[in-house]
Write a protein that binds this ligand. Structure first.
Ligand code: ADP
Length: 628
């Protein structure tokens, strides 16, 4: 028997396999089974046009046999087989050269990525086996060959006898060591578990003789063990069926079983794309957010298959963060299982698939919003925050995708509304989208400025989640309409006369305001009269891009030394008796005015739903005036 050397690159790969510390060595079985399935595909294809290639008896199948004494696992198929040249070329060389070029610069990372994500084909068996024998007989041939190798020192090919067409791969398992248990692969349950995890949807039956137990004939309580051939895989992936042939219950039980949920999915998305790469996707939106959804431990991703063979169980690249709640499966026959020159392009292909999925998810959510409002709001309660984070965290780059999916509670019937709905109700001369922000609906509803805006018949969005105001800042505008906080100085809802009167009053009281501003130090930027307020004596408004609510959120973040400050303005209701009171105090009793100023400032914070810095100071001030 002549001994041959592996090609240099194959040797490198083999060496990598033999010395692998990779923790998922179990993928070897997936690789061997998928080669077997490919070989059957090829023979099946030939048999479609020529009878002589069809099976004489039985059916296409993959058979796994275990011999515990010899420590071997044998995987046989009745596929196309290999002739001598093919044996030498296919198993002596990495099919596609150049596979290693890309990983020169990042050796360590390259290894885990290759093994983990794309498998490494036949050679991965060397992670668990110390010698491998391949017996094979090709269609149309009456000669059979055997290929044998114990690793890097090469391989030998010889003629052999084999009754049937097809290939049989015999793996002799390594001895167990302190760190690795290889014997477990000889256990029936382990093989069952590997097949159902990685090869469940291979379209040919994967059979194995398994031990079973039955009542002894004629006995009521005595059992006997016997062996029976069992099919280990379920073969037809649900996603390969046509959606019109699938019942809702089938989708639900598939989802619950696969993704460990007790509840039915809120929405199912099943579609295929004939583009390049082509793919099928079966995705689900859960009814509820998983308990760890908004924490760091949550991992997004879809299961990625190539023709029914699992490549990765959480492929994160397939989903943008803002759709991270989606669960599901993607199967693309155009993705190769094994390393190849196209390795890097896989990323490109994945991107194309991810783009298709994103578009589809968006369209489905839009449809749901339009056709089933109640379900959409349920979805939104569970995952809406994530959409707003999506806008904020990418500086509005994903606005186009997300702007019509987000919702806010609005003063209009106090219901959730979309921006589109808000804009459709805008008054003809209304330019801006008004919003009020605070910690709860009750708090923002009662903001003096919000009341004033509503009084004019204008709709106000209530922004109560911490992310809300940040996300609309990132959005900047919606269909040409800017967002305006009702507490912003530029709020302009007064009539012309009111404005003129106000301007005049403010000018007249400039020195009064200077005095008050001095009393408050850097707490406020300025003090002025306002005419928007109806009943409230005072309020705080802001100027510039940071509102008081945003300042609150930012300063409550851990590790924040809060240098982002809102520019606050203390506004005093011009039509409230307090206005004339402070004007007269300025002439008669500046000490008292100083106290009034501090109290008014604290009141403005309280009315705005904010905490006050120094409650006991406020209490003292109020008391000293009461005792006056
Ligand atoms: P890949 O499957 O990506 O080509 P592998 O290293 O897994 O890489 O296999 C190399 C080649 O060996 C296959 O392309 C195929 O031609 C051949 N081969 C492997 N297993 C079988 C088999 N069970 N039957 C027929 N040919 C096989």
């Amino acid at each position: 028997m002549e001994k041959k050397q592996f090609q240099t690159e194959s040797k490198k790969l083999l060496d990598m396999m033999i010395n692998s510390v990779y923790t998922h060595k179990e993928i070897f079985l997936r690789e061997i089974i998928s080669n077997a399935s490919d070989a059957i595909d090829k023979r099946h294809f030939l048999s479609l046009t020529d009878q002589k290639y069809s099976l004489k008896s039985g059916s296409f199948e993959i058979f796994i046999a275990v011999d515990k004494d010899k420590r071997t696992i044998t995987i046989s198929d009745n596929g196309i087989g290999m002739d001598k040249d093919e044996l030498e070329n296919n198993l002596g060389t990495i099919a596609k050269s150049g596979s290693f070029d890309f990983k020169q610069d990042d050796e360590a990372k390259g290894k885990t990525d290759i093994i983990g994500q794309f498998g490494v084909g036949f050679y991965s068996a060397f992670m668990v086996a110390d010698s491998i024998t391949v017996n094979t007989k090709k269609v149309d041939s009456d000669k059979a060959y055997t290929w044998q190798s114990s690793g890097v020192d090469g391989f030998a090919i010889d003629e052999t006898t084999k009754a049937d067409i097809g290939t049989e791969i015999i793996l002799h398992l390594r001895a167990d060591s302190e760190d690795e248990n290889y014997s477990e692969y000889l256990e029936e349950f382990r093989i069952r578990n590997l097949v159902s995890k990685y090869s469940n949807y291979i379209k040919y039956p994967i059979k194995m003789e398994v031990s079973k137990s039955r009542l002894k004939e004629g006995s009521k309580d005595e059992y006997e063990d016997y062996k029976e051939v069992d099919v280990l895989n379920s073969m037809t992936p649900l996603w390969n069926k046509s959606p019109k042939d699938i019942k809702k219950e089938e989708y639900s039980s598939f989802y619950k079983e696969k993704f460990y949920d007790f509840e039915d999915p809120l929405h199912t998305i099943h579609f295929s794309s004939d583009g390049m790469p082509s793919f099928k996707a079966l995705m689900f939106i859960p009814s509820k957010a998983p308990f760890d959804y908004y924490s760091k431990t949550f991992e997004k991703g879809l299961e990625l298959y190539s023709n029914g063979v699992l490549i990765m169980d959480k492929c994160a690249d397939l989903l943008p963060d803002y759709f991270s709640f989606v669960k599901g499966v993607v199967d693309s026959p155009d993705l190769s299982l094994n390393i190849s020159r196209e390795m890097l392009q896989h990323n490109k292909q994945l991107k194309v698939i991810a783009g298709g999925l994103e578009k589809k998810i968006k369209n489905e959510l839009t449809k749901l919003l339009e056709s089933d409002r109640a379900s959409y709001e349920k979805f939104y309660d569970a995952f809406g925050l994530q959409l707003k984070y999506g806008i904020y965290s990418t500086y509005g780059m994903n606005s186009e995708t997300l702007k019509d999916l987000i919702m806010f509670t609005s003063s209009f019937e106090e219901k959730k509304v979309t921006l589109k709905e808000y804009v459709s109700r805008m008054k003809s001369d209304q330019k801006q989208i008004y919003y009020a922000s605070g910690s709860s609906i009750d708090a923002v509803k009662m903001l003096p400025q919000a009341e004033a805006v509503k009084e004019k018949g204008l709709e106000v969005l209530y922004l109560t989640a911490e992310i809300d105001e940040f996300s609309i800042k990132a959005l900047r505008e919606y269909e040409g309409h800017e967002f305006l906080n009702v507490t912003d100085k530029s709020l302009d809802i007064d009539s012309k006369e009111d404005k003129e009167k106000l301007k005049e009053e403010n000018e007249k009281s400039a020195t009064l305001f200077d005095f008050m501003k001095k009393e408050l130090g850097d707490k406020v930027d300025s003090v002025r009269f306002s005419s928007v307020l109806k009943n409230h004596p005072v309020c705080l408004s802001t100027e510039g891009s940071v509102s008081l609510e945003m300042e609150n959120v930012l300063s409550s973040m851990p590790g924040n030394d809060n240098d982002v400050k809102a520019k606050a303005i203390l506004e005093i209701n011009l039509n409230h008796p307090i206005a004339s009171k402070i004007k007269s105090l300025y002439e008669t009793d500046k000490d008292k005015l100083a106290k009034y100023t501090k109290i008014l400032y604290s009141q403005a914070r309280l009315i705005g739903g904010m905490k006050i810095d120094n409650p006991s100071e406020l209490s003292d001030l109020v008391c000293s005036l009461m005792a006056d």
